[in-house]
Design a protein around this ligand. Structure first.
Ligand code: MSP
Length: 492
């Protein structure tokens, strides 16, 4: 049976992960965990984007060769994701030999099918975005819209990809929902891009960037970092299975990864929509990949802002997840990571930007996790002990709202459905006043109520696991009678 294949963007190695990177990676992690627990299994791919001018420049600042630099930095990134319990199945680096071979097979094939052609040209290039920009996209002062940098003027011979040949087909696929883009506003943006005559053939090789994958048929060229990067989604699967692709056709390559390919869900930020919704499917179509084997859903997130601007290493306004996690780890029994997961997933409805501060995170922790979640949990368990109620943990109830939300990749909706259940328990405790039933000796009524609430808590423990795995473990221990505390108050 095909596994649920979920990807994050591969990250540039010019710093350490910050909250913006943590966000997309956490969304992918939740969906991988959900599908492992309730679906047909998952294959979760993440990794690092290691070629291009930006990484080469960063390595110089560190006095290392690009290879030494990427070895060092990718180990840091992988280490951070491991520390943060990100359950990826494979970590793809674009310096991986399988990846390089695949990219060379791809560019060779595009040449053979006449989908690329050489051309001299002059354009503006922003190294921060690793992207060509037009005059009209620039901010005041001639700066790139997302980076505080002036683009360079580039004059060189490149190979151009015939995007114009594929735009109508990609448009049709998006309009028919065969490529699904969430949220709706980003789907519309992709449609506009595909209808925009300015979005046309584009360069897929570079002449003056030596830190890149060599173009096999023209030694003056390396691959443009974006075509290189996008194919990580295929090479990552191949490398994870140790598949040797030398001398294989694209069809034969796909046949080897049929239990994983195509991606079911690709998560990313709004700045890289064009690459994934326009370029990526067009490349795959040019390779002759059938429509049913194209990526299924693209989920576009908003940005984490800091002082109203995109949180970004280039701008220097980043918050790293570890700072917040350490703070909460000290207050709770190692639940810092879960608390941060909860807050960002519940605070940023998919698609919207969000300004997150430590104060805001503390506020949400206190009002929701301490006062509602922890409090309800502790009350029910405390009463069960006091009134000596035992419960059979098995229950057949399904949380349909929760699963429906996951089918739409709506993690916020899934969290909401869990909290509705918590609220119901809280309201029932207030209206039934179990302490009075106990005093009055109404044991049967008390037992039935307690039994229901405990069963609900058992179910919540199960369904919260993809979202907050450590919390689920702690809840299991609590329900088994261990004397531990969940989500304590912050001492002032
Ligand atoms: N290397 C490319 C992606 C190639 S994927 C085939 C790249 N890397 S990146 O490191 O610059 O960004 C990776 C992802 O992090 C993007 O989806 C980007 O939107 C996301 N974020 C970076 N900063 C962000 C915020 N401040 N907020 C939310 N996500 C943002 O682009």
């Amino acid at each position: 049976m095909k596994k649920f294949f979920v990807t994050t963007p591969i990250y540039y190695l010019n710093g350490e992960p910050h909250l913006g990177h943590y966000y997309a990676t956490t969304i992918a992690d939740v969906l991988a965990r959900y599908n492992r627990k309730f679906g047909s299994g998952a294959f979760f791919l993440t990794g690092t984007d290691e070629h291009g001018q930006k990484v080469a420049d960063a390595s110089k600042k560190d006095n290392l060769s690009p290879q030494e630099y990427t070895d060092k930095l990718s180990a840091i990134w992988e280490g951070v994701w491991k520390d943060l319990d990100i359950s990826y199945d494979y970590f793809i680096r674009t310096t991986n030999p399988t990846h390089k071979v695949l990219c060379q097979v791809v560019i060779q094939k595009l040449l053979e099918t006449n989908d690329i052609y050489p051309q001299e040209y002059e354009a503006l290039y922003c190294v921060g975005a690793e992207s060509f920009v037009t005059q009209s996209e620039l901010r005041v002062g001639g700066l790139c819209p997302d980076h505080d940098e002036k683009p360079q003027i580039v004059l060189e011979k490149n190979y151009f990809f015939r995007l114009n040949k594929y735009k109508d087909r990609v448009l049709q696929l998006i309009e028919d929902g065969k490529i699904n883009i969430i949220p709706e506003s980003r789907r519309n943006e992709a449609i506009e891009l595909l209808k925009n005559p300015e979005v046309g053939d584009f360069s897929v090789t570079r002449e003056k960037v030596s830190w890149g994958i060599p173009v096999p048929f023209d030694t003056s060229q390396t691959l443009y970092v974006w075509i290189d990067a996008l194919f990580n989604y295929m090479s990552g699967v191949l490398a994870s299975q140790n598949i040797d692709i030398k001398d294989l056709s694209i069809g034969e390559i796909l046949a080897k990864i049929g239990d994983i390919w195509p991606p079911d869900l690709q998560v990313m930020g709004k700045d890289i929509l064009k690459f994934h919704a326009v370029y990526w499917p067009a490349f795959l179509l040019a390779l002759g990949i059938p429509e049913e084997n194209l990526p299924k859903t693209i989920l576009i997130t908003g940005f984490f802002l800091s002082d109203g601007r995109k949180m970004s290493k280039s701008i220097g306004n980043v918050i790293v997840p570890q700072d917040i996690i350490t703070y909460f780890d000290e207050i709770t029994d190692g639940l810092g990571n879960d608390i941060l997961r909860y807050v960002i997933l519940r605070e940023m409805r998919i698609g919207n930007d969000g300004d997150i501060t430590k104060e805001k995170i503390i506020g949400i922790y206190e009002s929701e996790l301490v006062n509602k979640f922890g409090n309800t949990f502790s009350r029910v368990i405390g009463m069960a002990k006091k009134y000596d109620v035992q419960v059979q943990p098995e229950s057949s109830a399904v949380f349909q709202d929760y699963h429906n939300a996951f089918q739409k990749y709506d993690i916020y909706g899934a969290i909401h459905s869990i909290f509705e259940q918590i609220n119901i328990i809280g309201q029932e405790i207030e209206s039934h006043k179990p302490w009075e039933l106990y005093k009055e000796g109404k044991t049967e009524e008390l037992n039935t109520l307690m039994q229901n609430w405990l069963e609900s808590l058992h179910q919540i423990t199960e369904i919260i696991e993809p979202i907050m795995p450590s919390t689920a473990n702690l809840m299991k221990r609590l329900l088994a009678g261990e004397n531990i505390h969940i989500f304590p108050r912050i001492e002032k």
